[in-house]
Design a binder for this molecule. Structure first.
Ligand code: 1GP
Length: 245
């Protein structure tokens, strides 16, 4: 089954989904292999792989290790058009709809499109929204865009609605990697009530309780990176907590 169809199926079954974000720059080979085995056992739904700025040329190796050690689909979560890889299963084709930088809305996509097509990756058109988290993030600096203010639920709601109206198939609201404040339950709920495409939430989620709170507010998919890098055991506990919702 295609990845997007699987996402929709899971939502129909009221199953909350869990994506582990792997930043290929931050982890050693052994750590990636350990995470992939742990995630496989815990029933993690997806690996997202990428970063706003990658400097070590590890993307290819990282994806290969994930594929060798688990059956979990690998989706590229690209910081830019250099992060495309034929060994992945698909790509979140991100249009940064919270910003007004034409390069991140459509420019990089034009460059990436022929490679994505040639590699046969499943494309998931994604309205990507950065939400202010209390400090500057690599994502907002590198994308040369302002995040949506943390408390402005209406702006988030209207942006997500416009993204869906433009035909985007998921909305991903991200407080940014390592965010101090994750996205509020109030904002998640406001957005969820006004869109019908899957809602992905990430940035600064560090505990099972927070992951559950985001899901109860309306997240369909939770993304966690940093907290897992610090503590692999969290994969099992978060996965377990989401299954009980
Ligand atoms: C960042 O949404 C992801 O783009 C995950 O953030 O690393 O803070 O979990 P964390």
């Amino acid at each position: 089954m295609k990845i997007y169809s699987r996402i929709l199926e899971n939502i129909k079954k009221n199953k909350k989904q869990f994506a582990v974000l792997i930043d290929p720059d931050k982890l050693e080979k052994e750590e990636i292999s350990k995470i992939s085995k742990t995630a496989n056992e815990a029933g993690v739904d997806f690996f997202f792989v990428g970063g706003s700025l990658l400097t070590n040329d590890n993307l290819d190796n990282c994806i290969k290790i994930l594929k060798q050690n688990s059956k979990i689909p690998v989706l590229i979560f690209p910081g830019n058009n250099l992060q495309i890889n034929q060994n992945a299963d698909g790509i979140l084709f991100l249009s940064l709809i919270s910003g007004r930088n034409a390069e991140m809305l459509i420019g990089k996509h034009v460059i990436a499109a022929p490679y994505i097509k040639a590699f046969g990756l499943e494309v998931i058109p994604t309205g990507y929204m950065l939400i202010d988290s209390g400090k500057a993030t690599t994502a907002s600096y590198m994308s040369n865009s302002f995040p949506i203010p943390h408390e402005k639920d209406e702006i988030a709601m209207c942006t997500a609605m416009a993204g869906e109206m433009l035909g985007l198939k998921t909305i991903y609201m991200d407080a940014g990697s390592g965010a101090e404040k994750s996205i509020s339950a109030k904002m998640i709920s406001k957005v969820k009530q006004n869109i019908s495409v899957p809602l992905i939430i990430g940035g600064g989620i560090k505990t099972s309780e927070k992951a559950v709170e985001c899901c109860r507010a309306g997240a369909d998919i939770i993304v966690i990176g940093n907290a897992i890098e610090d503590n692999f055991q969290l994969i099992g506990s978060i996965s377990g907590a989401l299954k009980k919702i």
